[in-house]
Design a protein around this ligand. Sequence first.
Ligand code: UGA
Length: 441
Amino acid sequence: MDIVVVGAGYVGLVAAASFASLGCRVYCVENNENKLKQLETDTIDIYEDGLQELIQQGIRDGRLSFHPKLSDVLQSAQMIFLCLPTPSVKHGIADLSSLLHVCEELGAAIEQDTLVVVKSTVPAGTTARLERVIRDAAARHGRQVDFDIAMNPEFLRQGCAVQDFLHPHSVVIGARDNRAADRLARLYASCLHNPVIQIMSPVEAEMAKYASNYLLASRVSIINELANLCEAVGADIASVRNVVGLDPNIGNGFLNAGIGYGGSCFPKDIEALIKTANTYGLDVPIMRAVQSVNDRQKQRLVAHIIRRFGNDLAGYRFAVWGLAFKPGTDDMREAPSLDVIHALSALGASISAYDPAARRKAQMLLEGTSVEMAADKYEAVLHADALLILTEWEEFYEPDLAQLKERMRQPLIYDGRRVLKNAQCRTSRVELIQIGAGRDH
Ligand code: UGA
């Protein structure tokens, strides 16, 4: 099967490289010149386990190629996957301009029998709108094209995106007619191992994607609110979570308490869902609460620090371990670490930060703040009054506590991701303050 993937962003690159590894011939279109140059020399600007190798393999095998213009490759394939960004522009309104632009182009040029597949996360009704845009553009060019369109949301997680693509929990296909759905279902059935394929309408597929992220994010806000309550009553959220997580009706996923969710999906998607609801005159108080609990949670460690050090942090030095919004990625979009660092910096603190992958991206975003980037985790804690752990990278789980004590001004750790063991810290006489761990438990 020959396919075109439009957009070499996160979803596009993973989809293109994975389809190529599954035997498809993939033409990936990217109009950002710098990105394209990098891709042509086999490098990517994304830190994602296994992705670079898969791209190199695809290029070597002659199954994956990158192109600046859609028009150059349009005739090469009968399936076109649209993997373009839909960032939030204002109060949750999704910016659909890249998608709309490409659909105009498709209307002017696609041949009969093309299947257009929308992979971007888009608000309810967008797939139908894109179909109209393609049809209108075709009519303006005096063409009558008989194409199909399907919505096929992607459920991959950063850090294990390739694995998620190759082994999805389900493949969702939203299409108005069987012909489109069957074509896409056949592609997935031919290259994935026993995929669970769910066929529905385009608007249901659009909603399913938002619903999934909303439910996951709401679990994070619920466990974080419970964690704060556990702190107040002297309980440990870890014990509580272990109990509720074993109830099969609850399950234990997405119940890790911390400093709030971030990333390019949850914050944007919940905002967009609220916007959609409001457009239809619906108030959605639970969605709004998920969002506001998360906003507050990002300041939770800062509140602890103010209680201890006061409002004026001039002269104090804080070490930060972990900047990326989650481990396994260098993505800094909506990372809670940014909120924490901006708040501490505004109170006059000096900060030394370390992240195994996100240093370069973080440095650009934190220009103008009092942050210095450290080369490793022990350099970061030098002369620090406290250490804050903000991302649960594996290398933070069992640090050399003796070395920390030697380097820090005082052995005090704020663990925002519950990576350290209380007993070990107690034995080493390191003071540990963890999200969700009451002092008396
Ligand atoms: C999320 C969803 O998990 C994917 O299913 C979805 O496909 C993707 O968004 C998307 O829409 O593209 P991702 O943003 O990569 O994936 O990251 P998650 O692992 O879901 O984590 C999101 C945030 O929630 C992170 O900041 C993480 O630290 C936080 N989180 C997650 C918690 O604080 N506690 C948890 O128990 C789980």
